[in-house]
Design a protein around this ligand. Structure first.
Ligand code: AHR
Length: 502
């Protein structure tokens, strides 16, 4: 058995968490919309065609914000194709994913669904094939109360109240050659600046996210960020980060350390934002929207065999195992540790497409392994994030050195009088005996210690075996002399919930 010490000092605060850090993403891609959230004719579909079983699972996650409608999809999307009578909507070739888009679901349907799952929408505008004009029309349609062409059109479509969409993305991954309407940083920066200007003229209450790099291995990174911000700095509020991780080399210790990569990416984007801030002598700080992050590699080969121009084919349907859940846990811990600058983050995506929720067309819906760390962080990780001082064994891997066996963060919820510790034991062999000194807290009691683990990290959940990986509650943690002591099983995700006597 290994041992680790940590100190959780209430004063070692990082930030009050913006709940949008637990956001997610639905793109018109594969079976995310059609066969995922929407399947008229399904026994569990409501009168609008939305699957109630999926709604229940999304509600369980308490997702505060969902990015929509893309992704790569948005760069070729004409939002007007998805409004008005359904029978008149055009079927179109969707070039990003080479499918047929039926447009049965558009803005109004998605806003209805969002209302049902009690989430806010983070809307993306098309800056691939389109520009400022369509973006200002879209925001007029969504947010203007009435008395203008597009706002009255919305009212005619049956939606009297404006949607008041607050958070908007200025395009998607515009640095990537795969993107429809790919641009240089100069081209995109100018377009994003002009689009931002007119969108804020239509509705000054909105917040805007400008596109950062598609990932940190792009040749243009981080020059892309600095050039784009040179153009947009005073007109936008956030810059986006995207990153996906995988274990194609089947090296678990190295894979579980990949959250260090996310941390380095975040730190370097913060540095770039602050460099432009200094250069511009600006008083404003640009925050980060990590609006695509997840594990994505299992399905990459399968996807090459999908027939083009079909409707809602099974694309990007990664089946996640236990080690993926551990990495997702560490990625969440990393986002929380950077919550002073990361204000929005979206687990990409939500249903079927690289997602925590899976469905079968005409059949059931179930939770993938990664559902659980996301669920726990979302429901227990609201409040102020505190950085624990950790002293545990370290290991080296192919790509990383000094990787702490214990990865951990704490969240204090003053309203509820609760302290929650999220922890991953990355050790391949041993359980970890942790001693955690609680400084600055009143008398604490253990509510529960939730554990996600498995004897084999390659195990997955499936339609026929949906609960193979599921959390268990263990209650042998103790607190003595303001020190919490408990055991973290090898390769486990842990949520230790404490209540504080006031
Ligand atoms: O989430 C899947 C895809 O990954 C998105 O469409 C794109 O933005 C990213 O490359």
């Amino acid at each position: 058995m290994k041992k680790a010490n940590c100190i959780i000092d209430r004063e070692n605060k990082i930030a009050v968490i913006d709940e949008r850090i637990y956001g997610s993403f639905i793109e018109h891609l594969g079976r995310a919309v059609y066969g995922g959230i929407y399947e008229p004719g399904h026994s569990k579909a409501d009168e609008l065609g939305f699957r109630k079983d999926v709604i229940d699972l999304v509600e369980e996650l308490q997702v505060p914000i969902v990015r929509y409608p893309g992704g790569n999809f948005v760069s070729g999307y004409n939002w007007e194709d998805g409004i008005g009578p359904k029978e008149k909507r055009k079927r179109k070739l969707e070039l990003a994913w080479r499918t047929i888009e039926t447009n049965e679901v558009g803005i109004n349907e998605f806003m209805e669904w969002a209302k049902q799952v009690n989430t806010e929408v983070m809307m993306a505008v098309n800056l691939g094939t389109r520009g400022a004009d369509e973006a200002r029309n879209l925001i007029e349609y969504c947010n203007h109360p009435g008395g203008s062409y597009y706002s009255d059109l919305r009212i005619n479509h049956g939606f009297k109240e404006p949607y008041k969409v607050k958070t908007w993305c200025l395009g998607n991954e515009m640095d990537g050659s795969w993107q429809i309407g790919h641009k240089t940083a100069e081209e995109y920066g100018r377009l994003a600046c002009e689009t931002a200007k007119v969108m804020k003229w239509v509705d000054p209450t909105i917040e805007l996210v400008t596109c950062g790099s598609s990932h940190k291995f792009m040749d243009t990174y981080p020059k892309w960020e600095s050039t784009v911000l040179e153009h947009t700095y005073e007109n936008v509020d956030y810059i986006s980060l995207h990153s996906y991780y995988g274990n194609p080399e089947n090296d678990t210790p190295n894979y579980l350390a990949k959250s260090l990569d996310m941390d380095a990416f975040i730190k370097s984007v913060i540095a770039t934002c602050d460099y432009v801030k200094a250069k511009k002598r600006s008083k404003k700080t640009i925050n980060l929207s990590f609006d695509e992050w997840n594990v994505w590699y299992h399905s990459r080969e399968q996807d090459t065999n999908i027939k083009p121009w079909s409707i809602a084919p099974p694309q990007l349907e990664d089946v996640y195992n236990m080690e993926d859940a551990l990495l997702v846990g560490s990625l969440l811990i990393t986002l929380l540790k950077n919550a002073n600058r990361v204000k929005i983050a979206c687990l990409a995506q939500l249903v079927n497409v690289i997602a925590p929720i899976m469905t079968e067309n005409g059949g059931g819906a179930w939770r993938q392994t990664i559902f659980y760390p996301y669920l726990h962080a979302s429901i227990y990780g609201r409040g102020t994030v505190v950085n624990p001082l950790v002293n545990s064994q370290k290991y080296d891997t192919k790509d990383y050195s000094d990787v702490s066996v214990l990865d951990s963060v704490a969240v204090v919820n003053d309203d509820k009088g609760e302290l929650t510790i999220f922890a991953v034991n990355r050790d391949m062999e041993d359980e970890l005996n942790i001693y955690c000194e609680l400084r600055g807290f009143g008398e604490c009691k253990i509510i529960e210690h939730i554990i996600l683990q498995s004897y084999n990290v390659k195990i997955t959940n499936s339609k026929d075996n949906p609960f193979r990986i599921a959390p268990q509650v263990k209650n042998d943690a103790v607190i003595e002399e303001r020190t919490l002591n408990t055991l973290l099983p090898k390769l486990s995700w842990n949520v230790i919930r404490l209540s504080e006597k006031k």
